[in-house]
Write a protein that binds this ligand. Structure first.
Ligand code: ATP
Length: 331
């Protein structure tokens, strides 16, 4: 497996995830690789050839956040990696934790975000001074396969409903095509309830009745924005894991970025990285171990004994990690 500690808080939270995987009894041979600012300093590029070689060979990575601003000519290294390996489905399971202070309860939803196109196509140009265009690309192929992924995910995880989120009242052609594809796929899964909602109304419903959502199916940009909103519902970016799946591989990573304001201080919340690593274990066939990690994490949060600063506690990254490892050893 490829291990990319990344930048900012990345090395701290990834070290926590690696320690938890080891403690649950799964032995993984890690191929440690640098990317982002760490790689740029050393190799003069944020995406060294050996990183790409490693990803091609292992097809699976656990990754910390990467700083993109380091190198000119790179819009986003994350986008680059997702597109290079065609990791088209970004999945972010978002749930309320007992013990985490937030005004919202009973959130248990999954954001399924298309990862390869939309306004992230990178096609932007200046037509005349003061006038620029950014092109939103939506294809039937990408829309169908993300919809199919969402319905397959729903079936596999016994989820009951999927809401496609869109702005087809304004972007009639692009979002219209996305919905048309989702509807066609939905017809093949009559046991799963399929509904649609306009993105602005969906945002309001997310903060007034978040418990009413199950799976959210979104294009790339709405998915990016709405998934941060969902992280806010459950207590912040430090808590939400993520995975980018393709047909031939996957990269597991927390939703949060490099958090430079708290990097290197041993105070970052490692929950998101630890839960991402549990998703990786599921993918590798170690569901029992993945579940054990999730249960121990939930229990530590519930006990409120080792909460990190972002959750109003005083525990360090390593205190929190040790509490999870201790909890698993007693389970
Ligand atoms: P980037 O440019 O890499 O996205 P950012 O600072 O703009 O970095 P995030 O890294 O996602 O965006 O951080 C946003 C805020 O959330 C910051 O105040 C950060 O401290 C906080 N945050 C993010 N991740 C964590 C975490 N794991 N634990 C605690 N706080 C976090």
């Amino acid at each position: 497996m490829t291990l990319i500690p990344g930048d900012g808080v990345g090395p701290e939270v990834i070290a926590a995830a690696v320690a938890v995987i080891e403690a649950v009894g799964v032995t993984i041979e890690w191929d440690r690789q640098e990317a982002g600012a760490a790689a740029f300093k050393r190799y003069g590029t944020p995406v060294p050839a050996q990183l790409l070689r490693s990803l091609r060979a292992t097809r699976i990575a656990l990754k910390g956040p990467l700083e993109t601003r380091v190198a000119e000519g790179w819009r986003s290294i994350n986008v680059y990696l997702r597109r290079t390996f065609d990791l088209y489905a970004n999945i972010r399971p978002t749930m309320s934790f007992v013990g985490v202070p937030t005004p919202f309860r009973n959130v248990n939803l999954v954001v399924v975000r298309e990862n390869t196109e939309d306004l992230y196509s990178g096609i932007e140009h200046e037509i005349a001074p003061g006038v620029v265009e950014s092109i939103k690309v939506i294809t039937a192929r990408a829309s169908r396969r993300i919809a199919k992924f969402a319905f397959e995910y729903a079936s596999a995880h016994r989820r009951k409903s999927i809401t496609a989120i869109h702005k087809a009242n304004i972007m009639k052609l692009s979002d219209g095509l996305f919905l048309k594809c989702a509807r066609a796929v939905a017809r093949g899964y009559p046991e799963i309830r399929y509904t649609e909602q306009i993105v602005d109304a969906a945002c309001m419903r997310l903060v007034t009745d978040p418990g009413s959502f199950d799976i959210l199916l979104l294009e790339n940009l709405y998915g990016d924005i709405v998934s941060d909103l969902c992280a806010g519902l459950v207590g912040g970016l430090g808590l939400v894991p993520g995975a980018n799946y393709g047909d031939k591989g996957a990269i597991f990573e927390a939703v949060h970025g490099t958090a430079p304001d708290i990097a290197g201080k041993n105070v970052a919340n490692p929950t998101a990285a630890i839960l991402s690593s549990a998703m990786m274990l599921d993918y590798l066939g170690y569901q029992r171990e993945g579940e054990k990690i999730r249960a121990a994490t939930i229990a530590v949060l519930r006990s409120r004994k080792a909460l990190t600063r972002d959750l109003g506690g005083e525990a360090s990254t390593s205190d929190f990690t040790d509490a999870i490892i201790h909890g698993m050893s007693r389970a």
